[in-house]
Design a protein. Structure first.
Length: 478
């Protein structure tokens, strides 16, 4: 069963809709095995569209629904897509055939066979997950059907989903995290709820009215939920009485304060996990925040290394490397349609963290902009994680070059103007001397992407602008 706010569809009705879409898309020019771009918000019709493309053994390119029309067209050209399916109406073009979903003209199908993933599973470019480019140039992450589906099977085994589960993914289906739940739903034969994940009221309504048992969301959603539950005791009581057995979080590391606040309000734990589009799910926690992201999935190996490549012992922070049979086929970089393979058997995640004595993975954040200060190598992510753990504060740290002192630290903090002075004091009290920032710049709201993550490129631009203004002020003061 799949539920939306307006209606529900059982497996038989869904299958019929998929075959109707198959015939309708073929009538509109879809050919067997071609590469098709899909960009749309979460909806029942988007799910039908994806499964229809799978029946035609298509290579599916998933692009964020917030991408501009010009960027969508450029991506389609670069990746050789023959068709674009979107819930937006694009300007007419002779370059690529664009079809709006839901389809206006439906061709009733006489096909009644069960849906199958078997042919699509053998396809080397079954999925191309187009990254947002939040930390670099946009690129296509090419996944084989086998690597993607094998990882889904391992995920289902670890999380122990059952047929009676009702899944509520509050993340975009155009990203790996959200997409994975469509296949978990189908393969496990449980129920799926599709709602507007950007608004808290439809979320509460879906949980309470649809009998949801598993919720998955990014940290920003849980911050909003915590604030609501603090103010509204009736809503808190309603959610406490719901059927939810697992509240899961992903997309960014779970902050200690966020988890503690949720447990205080709801009496349940937030369960963290770690994964990447390039690898799929890597580690999943089914117990408590004390074990971080939990153990790696079966068949995966993890290690943590220092900047020179030496493996670190438990408890020491460094870059996370993963060895997995579920690794991507490679990247397609914008303007270059040739695959760039991932290289080493050990995949460099560009994330930092550590393993504890029991082998559980604890993720701190992204690698980059490391700071050498008083002989210590400082990961900006370590500063950011500590402040979010202790103060519930979103921050981004950057190194600022200084001719006399080497590196200084600039910290952007998401703080309302009225709390700026007290928060700066709290930041200094929270951090040890070696981690304390030299400069704190407060902004009321960090720029974000459609998936709730901070827009790293926009923040970096803010840091560069801050540094340029500072240099200009220094010149004028000479």
């Amino acid at each position: 069963m799949i539920h939306t706010e307006a209606y529900q569809s059982d497996r038989l009705a869904f299958t019929k809709d998929v075959w109707n879409y198959v015939d309708s898309l073929c009538s509109a020019g879809l050919t067997e095995g071609e590469r098709v771009l899909v960009t749309a918000d979460n909806s029942y019709h988007m799910v039908v569209t994806l499964f229809a493309l799978i029946q035609k053994d298509c290579s599916i390119v998933l692009v964020d629904s917030q991408m501009k029309e010009s960027e969508v067209r450029a991506t389609a050209r670069a990746l050789g897509c023959g068709m674009c399916l979107s819930d937006r109406l694009f300007a007419p073009s002779t370059e690529i055939k664009t079809i709006v979903i839901p389809l206006e003209r439906i061709t009733p199908s006489i096909e009644q066979s069960a849906l199958s993933l078997s042919r699509w599973k053998e396809k080397k470019d079954a999925l191309i997950l187009y990254s947002s480019g939040s930390t670099g140039a946009p690129k296509g992450i090419v996944k084989s059907g086998r690597s993607f589906l094998d990882n889904i099977e391992s995920t289902m085994e670890r999380m122990k989903y059952v047929e009676k589960d009702v899944l509520l993914p509050l993340v975009p289906f155009t990203h790996f995290y959200g997409l994975s739940f469509l296949f978990i739903w189908w393969l496990k034969g449980c129920e799926l709820v599709v709602c507007d994940y950007k608004k808290i009221r439809p979320i509460i309504k879906a949980i309470t009215e649809k009998g949801v048992t598993v919720v998955d969301a990014v940290p920003s959603t849980y911050y909003i939920l915590n604030r609501l539950l603090t103010k509204r005791q009736d809503t808190r009581a309603e959610l406490k009485g719901s059927r939810v057995r697992m509240w899961c979080i992903g997309g960014s590391p779970l902050a200690r304060k966020l988890g503690l606040d949720f447990r205080r309000l709801m009496g349940m734990e937030l369960l963290d996990g770690y994964g990447l589009s390039e690898l799929g799910n890597v580690a999943l926690n089914t117990e408590s925040p004390k074990t971080g992201c939990g153990q790696p999935l079966p068949g995966l190996e993890l290690k943590v290394i220092d900047p020179s490549g030496v493996e670190l012992p438990p408890g020491e922070t460094g870059e996370i490397l993963v060895k997995s049979g579920d690794v991507m086929e490679g990247y397609i970089v914008e303007g270059n349609p040739d695959l760039i393979p991932p290289g080493s058997h050990w995949f460099q995640t560009k994330d930092v963290g550590f393993k504890d004595a029991d082998g559980n993975l604890h993720v701190i954040g992204r690698r980059g902009n490391e700071i050498l200060r008083n002989g210590y190598l400082i990961y900006p992510a370590s500063i950011e994680k500590q402040l979010e753990d202790q103060l519930g504060l979103k921050t981004k740290a950057f190194p600022i070059k200084d001719e006399k002192k080497g590196s200084r630290i600039l910290l952007f903090a998401e703080v309302v103007m009225q709390e700026e002075s007290s928060m700066k004091k709290a930041i200094n009290q929270c951090l040890s001397t070696v981690l304390r920032p030299d400069f704190v710049a407060c902004v009321e709201k960090f720029p974000t992407l459609s998936n709730g993550k901070v827009d790293q490129k926009a923040i970096l631009a803010m840091a560069n602008e801050w540094e340029a203004n500072r240099k200009e002020e220094m010149i004028w003061s000479m």
